[in-house]
Design a protein around this ligand. Structure first.
Ligand code: 13P
Ligand code: SF4
Length: 309
């Protein structure tokens, strides 16, 4: 099948199954182009919580599809490639997290949405990169806080909110691949460019940035800025939306260490158009979650959605 036939097949299968395709900005361009909705983690959770479709095809990674299932137990949630994981979620095994919590009794537990359902179930509040600062600022001043699993996001949120956070020490392999040297080189050859960065980047790179925010916030910032050139410090999938929405502006991605293409998330990129066809044909791989675990993981997600209205 050529690409056109694959897209036709997806359209027909979507109708047959009453399915909606949700995609994260880090998906390949051709997936973003056929998705019903493209967004950052927070927008995708909101969308998943109020869709009328019977089937959600989640073009993202496992924790995102799992969040959609937690919010929609009666719907079928498909993840085109079941191996689409995340190093942040993997960096925080639930048994080790339980011990960490026990070492910090009386702490309020805030977890980044990039974690497993088991870790969510042990949390008081879930956040995304888009609402983390705002949510932390809403917490009672006298309450000590645990933040997991991303240490880079945690450090940035601590600085922005003025709240002391006891951070778990996880990180994202993609955002840790960026080097100061590569950014400085790009700044030198593009002296008028603004550097815009995702808060999963290390602090030395955030210090070089003109604007820091979630994938959606980076997109909206570039739309509102008077600048015409941007050096973009995050996974380059977002450049598809930036270039489509702002054809007259220039967007430069930052190569990984030694110029490798490891700035692309190897998990996000496992999904393909062919795998979307297959999962809609076979209704597999499906996300399943035990009901008792789902109920416990749902509470802190609902708290997030409630507090970030
Ligand atoms: P956002 O979607 O919140 O920008 O997070 C990016 C990310 O790393 C998703 O895995
Ligand atoms: Fe996880 Fe990083 Fe990939 Fe996002 S970009 S899914 S945080 S590994």
């Amino acid at each position: 099948m050529n690409q056109e036939q694959i897209i036709d097949e997806i359209t027909q299968l979507k109708q047959k199954r009453n399915a909606v395709i949700l995609a994260h900005y880090y998906q390949a361009s051709e997936i973003q182009a056929i998705a019903d909705f493209v967004g950052d983690s927070l927008e995708l959770s909101r969308k998943a919580s109020n869709t009328n479709a019977d089937v959600i095809v989640f073009c993202g990674v496992h924790f995102m599809a799992e969040t959609a299932k937690i919010l929609n137990p009666k719907k079928t949630v498909l993840l085109p490639d079941e191996d689409a994981g995340c190093t942040l979620a993997d960096d925080c095994p639930s048994d080790q997290f339980e011990n960490f919590r026990k070492r910090h009794p009386n702490h309020f537990v805030v977890s980044y949405i990039n974690c497993s359902a088991e870790v969510k179930a042990q949390s008081d509040l879930i956040c995304t990169s888009s609402n983390a600062v705002d949510l932390i600022k809403q917490l009672p001043k006298d309450k000590p806080i645990i933040f997991a699993p991303d240490k880079n996001l945690g450090k940035w949120v601590q600085h922005q909110s003025g709240r002391e956070l006891t951070c778990w020490s996880g990180s994202c392999i993609v955002h840790e691949t960026f080097s100061e040297e590569a950014v400085l080189k790009l700044k030198l050859s593009n002296p008028n460019a603004e550097v815009i960065a995702h808060p999963e980047c290390q602090s030395n790179l955030l210090d070089l940035s003109d604007f820091i925010g979630s994938t959606s916030k980076l997109l909206y910032y570039a739309m509102s800025s008077k600048s015409s050139t941007f050096i973009v410090l995050t996974e380059p999938g977002i450049l598809y939306q930036m270039r489509t929405k702002m054809p007259n502006k220039k967007f430069i991605d930052v190569p990984g260490l030694d110029g490798c293409s490891c700035n692309e998330c190897p998990y996000m990129r496992l999904n393909t158009l062919e795998k979307i066809v297959k999962c809609l044909q076979n209704m597999n791989p499906q996300i399943e979650i035990r009901e008792d675990l789902r109920i416990r993981a749902l509470k802190p997600i609902q708290n997030m959605l409630e507090m970030s209205k």
